[in-house]
Every structure is written in structure tokens, then in C-alpha cells.
Design a protein around this ligand. Structure first.
Ligand SMILES: Nc1ncnc2c1ncn2[C@@H]1O[C@H](COP(=O)(O)OP(=O)(O)OP(=O)(O)O)[C@@H](O)[C@H]1O
Ligand SMILES: [Mg+2]
Length: 499
């Protein structure tokens, strides 16, 4: 079964100031998982938005089962059997899971206006079971976690029996077991002959599921390869256009001088239990653990975002109480959350305004006059270091690719210039080249005397970047490792330790 299902030929798409796609070719076979790879802003989402009728190409052709087609609207693509799960979700927060899955195509009895509630309920239960989802169909989407919302998107897509299913970074927010169910469903759809396009920055994970991969760079088609035989380092070289021999840049071994932060007996009933932790000047401390281990909760407690029930905090040797988030920032702690959606990118505003948002006080004179030149220089510098792909600083954030939007939030936090930075999954959704820039930036930050706590679910990243690693499980610290003695196995052992 290797018939061609889709052929996209010489697709070109231009946005004001950006040539997003330049004569790109892409083909998809029946029953294959085809990975689409490239750095942030390479044009992956745009190409798939064209295939699914969201955008129209400026030039080029789309063939579906050897027939030329053109989709003027997502609905016409969907009717033809092409479904897309977007990088940015499209759920209605105030509707239930069931309503979201069937919106616009509710089950009706033969009289057209009578909803067949039982049939629809039956169908939704089946789909949720197929995905191993234990949420109730009556739950409001706004009450779900990001990961659960992602699964609802997937449920919605598979419920239409798509012949072509496009998933744009589907696992960015999923837990291990959710990824496993997603892969099971993917294999099942594949066996039924569905063609699947899979966009992801997690190259190792793709090895478990992808048959072929197409690499794009700067809106250009680079190559299509078989996943089984290709080396990951070659894929990376094709994506970034140069060899990245080591993506974790080296820095000199950490020397202990001043203890900048000490947490003792920190407790939040039912969530965090007697946490003891210290952070030294110039250190990168890793917080490892499985999803739900309490790492984000710990970060939020230190940052004053959640109340605590006990414990003490010492900053630079002085006992301190952090009242709230503003107080934490005042005292030199910043926290880059994992939920960067909620973090509030003002989509309609420019790149510069988004970076400077909340940072203006530091850039204003005595009478509140903003030093515009300095703002501009700072944001331009951050755009350059983080390689945020934008034609200029005035571009609306809305028009940037998903990964580049994330980098804006990172830039905003770095701009605050605090002594202690907590990074929660800083490289999720971010391509390899930019990852390397973020790692280098972290190294520069600690070299200049700042200290970093990095929460990460990617063990190679934890091992590659941290001086010391603490492992959590169920709201407890279960182990501590010096980086030079740490291995993935040891971390996993602590991460799965029974109390
Ligand atoms: N509506 C738009 N208006 C203007 N520019 C756009 C628009 N949509 C995308 N672009 C630009 O087109 C280029 C390709 O963006 P695209 O979203 O396809 O990238 P991507 O490969 O999906 O990246 P990521 O990995 O970050 O999601 C980027 O430079 C982006 O800023
Ligand atoms: Mg994208």
C-alpha cells in the first residue's frame, strides 16, 4: 500500500514581507506517517494550512488521488476527508467535551432538527475509550488540562474518519501515557490506510512512528528521506543548514560560592511535602520527574504564585517571605511558565511591545517617559540572540510561527534581568537550532552570576545542561544527583520511586 494520496507541487505562499513557502513539493502516501520537519518559521504550519483549506496558495497545485483539487475553505477540505489538528487549539472552552467533538455535525434523528442524544453519546464514549481517555463527555473544556484539551482535539479529528490527518505538534503538551495512546491510535489509523502528516520537533520520538520525513528550511523544500535509515544528526544538519555537533554547549564546572536560595520544609498540603532545596550562584539546577510529579507546583510556590502551608525561604542568606508574584519579581525571581498560552501574548500587538510588556518601568525616566531607543535596542538584541524570525519589530505577534511566539515570551522574561530564573520546559516546541541558542543564553546567564532552576521532561536536556539534578515524584524530592554521576536510568529510578 504505497499509493500516493496527496501531491503538493511547487507551492508558493507570500505574506507581507515574508516568503513563507517557495515552490515547495510534498507528497503523502496511503497508510504512512510522514513527518514534516524544520526550524521555527520554516513554513510547516503554512504548508499544512494550505492543504487543509485554511490558506490559498499564491501558486502551485494540489492533487488528491490523482485529481487536481483546490480547497477554498477548511470545510471543503474536511468534506474531502482532510482533517487538521492545529498547533493552536480550536476548542470552545464553554462547551462540553462532547459538544466540542461534534460541533457542526451533531447526530440527528431522521427528522433533521431532533438531536439523537443517545447515538451521539454512544459515539463519544467509543471515541474516548479508543483514546484511553477517562474524562466525562459532560466536562467543560475550560476545566481540562492542556494535555486533555489536546486529546479532545485528537478525538474530534478521528471522529470524522479522516483519510488525511494532519497533526501539528500534537505531543507538545502530552504526558508519556497520553503520547502512547496517541501513537496507538495513529498506528490504527495507519493500518486503515489513513495518510498522516506529523509535525514535531522531537526527533527521537518520531523514530517510533514516522515512515518518511520531509525537511523544510526557510520556506524551501530540502529533502524527503526514510526515517528508518536516516541519522538524526543528518536530519538536524538539513534543518539548520549546518552541522551542530553538540547541541549542549559546554561551560566550566560550577564552583560553589554564595547560596542564593534556600528552601526548607516547604509544604503545600496534598501537593508538596517537606521540600528542601538550595541553589547556588552561577548554578543550573535541574528539576526532573514525570508529568504530575509536582515540579511546576514547586516552582509556583517559590515564585509566590500559589499559597503554601509551611516552610521557609532564604534569599541571599536572609529569611524572606514572598507575598505574591510581583513581590517575587521585586526580590529577583522570575518564572517562565510552561503554559505559555496563558502567559498572555498580546497577539494583536507588535513583537517589540510584547517583549517589553511589563518591563517598561525599568526603561522609563523619573517622569515616566519611556526610553524608546533603549527599548528598541533591547528588543532587537533579544530578537537576534533568540533568533526570533520576524521581518521587523513592528510585526504583529499573531503573524509569527508558533515557536517564534514562544520565544517572545522567553525574551520578555529575560528582559526582566532577575538573579534567579526558573525555566519551566523552556525548549518545548522550539527547534534544535534555537534550542542551542537558548542553551547558550542560559550559559551566559550563569556565567554572569545568575542562577537557574530548569524544569524539563527531556532527560538528555537535563543531563546536558544541569550542574545538579533533583528528582521529584508525588510532591516529594526523591533524589539528588551531581550531573557527572547522573544517567537517564538513575533519574528514572528516582522519578518512579514508590514512597
Ligand atoms: N498570517 C501570517 N501573516 C504573516 N506572516 C505569516 C503568517 N503566517 C505565517 N507567517 C510567516 O510565515 C513563516 C512560516 O510560518 P509557519 O507558521 O508556517 O512556520 P512553522 O514551520 O510552522 O514554525 P513553528 O515550528 O514555529 O510552528 C514565518 O516567518 C511566519 O512568521
Ligand atoms: Mg507551526
Amino acid at each position: 500500500m504505497s499509493e500516493t494520496l496527496i501531491e503538493m507541487k511547487r507551492i508558493t505562499k507570500r505574506f507581507p514581507g515574508v516568503l513563507a513557502l517557495n515552490q515547495v513539493d510534498f507528497d503523502l502516501r496511503r497508510g504512512e506517517v510522514h513527518a514534516l520537519l524544520g526550524e521555527n518559521g520554516a513554513g510547516k504550519s503554512t504548508l499544512m494550512k494550505i492543504l487543509s483549506g485554511v490558506y490559498q496558495p499564491d501558486a502551485g497545485e494540489i492533487w488528491f488521488e490523482n485529481q487536481p483539487v483546490s480547497f477554498s475553505h477548511p470545510i471543503s477540505a474536511q468534506l474531502a476527508g482532510i482533517t487538521i489538528i492545529h498547533q493552536e487549539f480550536n476548542l470552545f472552552p464553554d462547551l462540553t467535551v462532547e459538544e466540542n467533538i461534534f460541533i457542526g455535525r451533531e447526530f440527528c434523528k431522521n427528522s433533521r432538527w431532533l438531536l439523537d442524544k443517545r447515538a451521539q453519546r454512544q459515539a463519544v464514549i467509543e471515541i474516548l475509550q479508543r483514546l484511553n481517555l477517562t474524562i466525562s463527555p459532560d466536562t467543560l473544556v475550560s476545566e481540562l488540562t492542556v494535555a486533555q484539551q489536546q486529546m479532545v482535539e485528537i478525538a474530534k479529528a478521528i471522529s470524522v474518519n479522516a483519510r488525511v490527518l494532519i497533526m501539528d505538534e500534537p505531543t507538545a503538551a502530552l504526558t508519556e501515557s497520553e503520547i502512547e495512546s496517541l501513537f496507538q491510535v495513529t498506528r490504527m489509523l495507519k493500518a486503515q490506510g489513513t495518510g498522516i502528516v506529523y509535525i514535531s520537533h522531537r526527533l527521537e520520538e518520531l523514530a517510533l512512528i514516522a515512515d518518511r520525513a520531509t525537511v523544510m528550511r526557510d520556506g524551501q523544500y530540502i529533502a524527503t528521506v526514510d526515517y528508518e535509515t536516516v541519522h538524526i544528526s543528518d536530519l538536524i544538519a538539513m534543518m539548520v543548514g549546518r552541522n551542530l555537533d553538540n547541541i549542549y554547549p559546554k561551560r566550566p564546572p560550577h564552583q560553589r560560592t554564595e547560596k542564593v536560595l534556600e528552601v526548607a520544609g516547604l509544604t503545600r498540603n496534598g501537593v508538596l511535602h517537606d521540600i528542601n532545596l538550595s541553589l547556588w550562584r552561577g548554578e543550573i539546577l535541574g528539576l526532573a520527574g514525570l508529568m504530575g510529579a509536582g515540579r511546576t507546583e514547586l516552582a509556583r510556590a517559590i515564585f509566590g504564585a500559589d499559597p503554601v502551608d509551611g516552610g521557609t525561604l532564604t534569599l541571599h542568606g536572609r529569611p524572606t517571605r514572598i507575598k505574591d508574584v510581583a513581590d517575587a519579581i521585586d526580590k529577583g525571581i522570575s518564572y517562565l511558565t510552561e503554559d505559555r498560552k496563558k502567559e498572555g501574548l498580546a497577539l494583536g500587538l507588535s513583537v517589540e511591545l510584547n517583549i517589553m510588556l511589563g518591563n517598561y518601568p525599568a526603561y522609563s525616566g523619573a517622569v515616566g517617559n519611556v526610553d524608546e531607543k533603549r527599548c528598541r535596542e533591547t528588543s532587537q538584541k533579544l530578537v537576534d540572540t533568540l533568533r526570533i524570525k520576524t521581518p521587523h519589530l513592528e510585526q504583529a505577534a499573531l503573524n509569527l510561527s508558533g515557536g517564534n511566539q514562544q520565544k517572545i515570551i522567553i525574551a520578555r522574561w529575560i528582559c526582566k534581568d532577575t538573579d534567579i530564573l526558573i525555566f519551566d520546559e523552556p525548549t518545548r516546541g522550539i527547534d534544535v537550532g534555537a534550542r542551542r541558542e537558548i542553551y547558550e543564553l542560559m550559559n551566559r546567564l550563569v556565567a554572569s552570576g545568575k542562577s537557574i532552576i530548569m524544569i524539563s521532561s527531556e532527560l538528555p536536556e537535563v543531563l546536558g545542561m544541569c550542574d545538579r539534578i533533583m528528582v521529584m515524584r508525588g510532591g516529594h524530592i526523591t533524589g539528588e544527583l551531581q550531573a557527572d554521576h547522573a544517567t537517564q536510568e538513575k533519574i528514572m529510578q528516582y522519578a518512579t520511586l514508590e514512597d
